[in-house]
Design a protein around this ligand. Structure first.
Ligand code: OGA
Ligand code: NI
Length: 316
């Protein structure tokens, strides 16, 4: 069976450092997705996160979901006995958490717990970014610096608490339609009972199987650009399921909207060609752009192929 790599992050600082770096490198280059275990986030905190997330959905959203757009559109489709799928909608409920948005949930302990969780996850994201720096041969801290450019500490760190309620006709609607992620590094704490996340690898959809307490890491479009295409952002989707309410908590470490994104200059040299240093050719198919402009394009085209997004965004 094909599964994405599961990597013991605690081995990064010991005798198996080289091996662990190589596993992560392979995860980024060949898969675009991997799971970290022993990542240092306390299990006790993850348990609290599970509890408050389930409660806030139950208390604040479950009832309203029954009258939501995806439910109405699915009911209509079933009533008219039309074949095909419900388009342009996801069978998903979302709470979005950022540092400065108004807090979207009043469930007791939700805010405290999620603040603590986000602070841990942000640190984990920065450690993963440093590993990517090293693996790409960039100076340690390079990606963080690029993402924070233009604003002191301006990188965007968001957390999306999602629930995918049970769906009576899972073949007729997606939990979340296929896409690549816009930003930098994404860290996902997914349900350990209900699966549904799949990635596209070599033309086939592969399940990202739940591993208890693991954090699933994937890289977005900005890492693809920065790595000059070495680490491709990978298509993924969530299937809706007939049984169980799937929880997934995705945290995004993205550039500041003002940051300029471009392939790292060190990675522009085409080392396939044995050319003398002064004749080195600079090769890239990626533009240089301001991340906020990329997001404007992405917000219109999230569920479409990514290449036209790179073409549509203005070169600076
Ligand atoms: C996303 C995403 C996956 C999931 O929010 O971009 O891919 O399992 N989520 O919810
Ligand atoms: Ni995604």
């Amino acid at each position: 069976m094909t599964t994405i790599p599961v990597i013991d992050f605690s081995k990064l600082d010991g005798e198996e450092r080289a091996h662990t770096l190589a596993q992560i490198s392979k995860g980024c280059e060949e898969w675009g997705f991997f799971q970290l275990v022993n990542h240092g986030i306390p299990v006790e905190l993850l348990e609290r996160v599970k509890k408050v997330s389930a409660e806030c959905f139950k208390v604040e959203r479950e009832e309203a979901f029954k009258n939501s757009k995806p439910v109405k559109l699915l009911n209509e489709l079933v009533k008219t006995k039309k074949s095909g799928k419900v388009e342009n909608v996801d069978w998903e409920d979302v709470f979005l958490l950022t540092d400065d948005n108004e807090w979207p949930s009043k469930t007791p302990q939700f805010k405290e717990t999620m603040k603590e969780y986000r602070s841990e996850l942000k640190q984990l994201a920065e450690r993963v970014m440093e590993v990517i720096d090293v693996n790409l041969g960039l100076s340690k801290g390079y990606i963080k610096k690029v993402f924070n450019e233009g604003e002191n500490n301006g990188a965007f760190f968001g957390t999306k608490v999602s629930h995918y309620p049970p769906c009576p006709h899972p073949e007729k609607v997606n939990g979340l339609r296929a896409h690549t992620d816009a930003g930098g590094v994404i860290l996902l704490f997914q349900d350990d009972q209900v699966d549904g996340l799949q990635i596209l690898k070599d033309g086939e959809w592969i399940d990202v199987l739940p591993v208890p307490y693991a954090i699933v890491i994937n890289t977005g479009d900005q890492i693809e650009v920065l790595s000059n295409g070495k680490y491709k952002s990978v298509w993924h989707r969530v299937l809706s399921k007939p049984d169980g309410n799937r929880r997934s908590i995705a945290s995004f470490y993205n550039p500041s909207l003002k940051a300029t994104i471009a392939p790292a200059p060190e990675l522009l040299v085409d080392d396939q060609k044995d050319i003398k240093k002064n004749e080195m050719e600079l090769t890239t198919t990626y533009p240089t752009f301001v991340f906020g402009e990329y997001m404007n394009v992405y917000n219109e085209q999230k569920f479409l192929p990514k290449e036209p997004r790179f073409q549509a965004v203005g070169t600076v």
